[in-house]
Design a protein around this ligand. Structure first.
Ligand SMILES: Cc1cc2nc3c(=O)[nH]c(=O)nc-3n(C[C@H](O)[C@H](O)[C@H](O)COP(=O)(O)O)c2cc1C
Length: 317
């Protein structure tokens, strides 16, 4: 495909694997880039040294463009920013923070910056900060979410035509048909998380991947609405947060229950009983742990078949 986003990011196919704590290491990122998409290394769960190691391994594993996702609320983010500059990483996706903090510094160092937003206000803030594109992440998405609970379908369509920069749709996308639908309403690319979290190349624990492919409709829900809305897979951790919220627990109590390191325990160490499990609504549509190559083949096939079907759809009136 040849569109604005592909040209800006220097990629063949506008499919991005989202940066995901404990899932997006160099194996996943490089394989997505080798398929012609944009693979992102998720810095959110990495110490600065580990991030540098993953970037260097990714450079060896792919000749194509790859990037790094830096969640700005992470206390390591200033060091992560310095490392991506030192390592000449071509693309950085920032999230969970103010887009004006580092965009200029990164752009001045020749890095293309994309920021993840979940509402219109932040979309404009990101554009003003000088990013090249925005990821519009809807309420269906795995992990941290916007307080407005805007769905991907609404968020993307409400911003198309208002922003000057390309829109990347994220949240609830796991098939070629869904990619086509997003492109039809005006997105120029998609960022996919959950589907790649359950891929062979994801660094998540097998127990977590198996839980994702077993998930059924209704098995994920958004909790922690007053703290930092997060879509979680149901289980013990989910139950304890839900029970606390139902009895009106304070923010301090909730922070206590969340504790530290629970995403690592759940998603990386595979302790499904004690750990925090973040995944998107679309997990109900993912039923196999397969390779990134097979994922791309499926997406391409589904997209072309849907594109042909679209041509035979009649006019509305
Ligand atoms: C396990 C998991 C961890 C995630 N971690 C991050 C993260 O560290 N930084 C970030 O910007 N987004 C994170 N996300 C969001 C993804 O990058 C992506 O935007 C989202 O998963 C897209 O929605 P989908 O899950 O419906 O495909 C995470 C998502 C999941 C499922």
């Amino acid at each position: 495909m040849n569109n604005r986003l592909c040209n800006i990011l220097n990629i063949k196919s506008p499919i991005i694997s989202g940066g995901m704590v404990w899932c997006s290491g160099w194996e996943l990122a490089s394989e997505v880039s080798n398929e012609g998409g944009l693979g992102l290394i998720g810095a959110g769960s990495m110490s600065p040294d580990v991030l540098r190691e993953h970037i260097q391994k990714c450079k060896k594993a792919t000749k194509n463009t790859f990037g790094v996702n830096i969640p700005l609320m992470n206390s390591n983010s200033p060091k992560h920013i310095d490392i991506v500059i030192e390592e000449n990483v071509p693309v950085v996706f920032t999230s969970a923070g103010n887009p004006s903090t580092y965009t200029k510094k990164l752009v001045d160092n020749g890095i293309k910056v994309v920021h993840v937003i979940a509402n219109e206000k932040f979309a404009f803030k990101a554009q003003e900060a000088g990013v090249s594109a925005v990821v519009c992440e809807g309420f269906e998405a795995g992990g941290h979410n916007g307080k407005e609970e805007t769905t991907t379908l609404v968020l993307v369509n409400q911003l198309v035509g208002k922003l000057d920069i390309p829109i990347i749709a994220a949240g609830g996308i796991a098939t070629g048909e869904q990619i086509l639908a997003m492109m039809v309403i005006g997105a120029e690319g998609v960022q996919i998380g959950s589907l790649f979290a359950a891929s062979r190349e994801s660094s998540a624990h097998e127990n977590f991947k198996r839980a994702v492919v077993s998930a059924k409709e209704g098995d994920t829900m958004l909790l922690l609405r007053n703290l930092s809305p997060t879509r979680l897979l149901k289980g013990n951790f989910f139950d304890s947060i839900k029970a606390a919220e139902d009895r009106g627990a304070s923010k301090e109590e909730l922070l206590n229950i969340i504790g530290v390191g629970k995403t690592k325990i759940g998603m990386f160490e595979g302790n499904l009983d004690e750990g925090e499990l973040e995944i998107g609504q679309v997990s109900s549509m993912i039923d196999k742990i397969i390779s990134v190559k097979d994922i791309f083949n499926n997406l391409r096939k589904e997209y072309s078949e849907a594109y042909l079907r679209m041509k035979s759809i009649n006019e509305l009136i």
